[in-house]
Ligand binder design. Sequence first.
Ligand SMILES: Cc1cn([C@H]2C[C@H](O)[C@@H](COP(=O)(O)OP(=O)(O)O[C@H]3O[C@H](C)C(=O)[C@H](O)[C@H]3O)O2)c(=O)[nH]c1=O
Length: 193
Amino acid sequence: MSNDPAIQPVGSFGEGGPLLLRPTRHGDARGWFVERFSDARFRAEVFDTVFAQDNRSFSARIGTVRGLHFQRSPFAQGKLIDIAAGAIFDAMVDLREGSPTYGHSAHVTIDAASGAQVWVPAGFAHGFCTLQPDTIVDYKVTARYAPETEGGLRWDDPALSIPWPDCADPETLTEKDRRWPGLADVAPMTATA
Ligand SMILES: Cc1cn([C@H]2C[C@H](O)[C@@H](COP(=O)(O)OP(=O)(O)O[C@H]3O[C@H](C)C(=O)[C@H](O)[C@H]3O)O2)c(=O)[nH]c1=O
């Protein structure tokens, strides 16, 4: 486990779990510059993988809930999440087959102001709730979009004990996100990226 303050674990999943990353912002009189992603650095310091796709979602309303989603093998996705505008309460659940922390959840708040990022490995269900209006979430994923392999977990399943923020608004859920099963009814994932 890294003792680099720029890389810290999210939750208690042990080696190979989600991470909070703080890329260095180089400030000067004009503002700042940051390398949001470096292939070589990510492979060396976080996880040796390649990314297949860059995604961006815009959520107009505060309290918008998206998730909890995942893709199954062979399109299980690791996700590197970065906030271009606004802020999110980011949540993840371990669904890795055989994991000693199977079914455990964790959460972290990240925002555009801090530039912090979250790495969510393949094998985790992922979702977020926006904490500001007009929030833009950018994220790199390690496998292409494969809707035929998509699965989900009910965002407010009591078995997950995710302490969603008070602003979370069920009215913002898509029909799809209203229908996901609870943890007891989801099969574990083989986390191949
Ligand atoms: C994920 C995805 C979606 N789409 C299309 C499919 C729909 O027409 C539209 C919205 O899709 P969806 O409602 O699945 O979008 P989100 O609810 O933001 O889904 C995401 O939400 C949580 C937070 C995640 O972690 C996943 O990355 C992702 O599932 O974009 C694509 O064309 N490509 C894609 O990779």
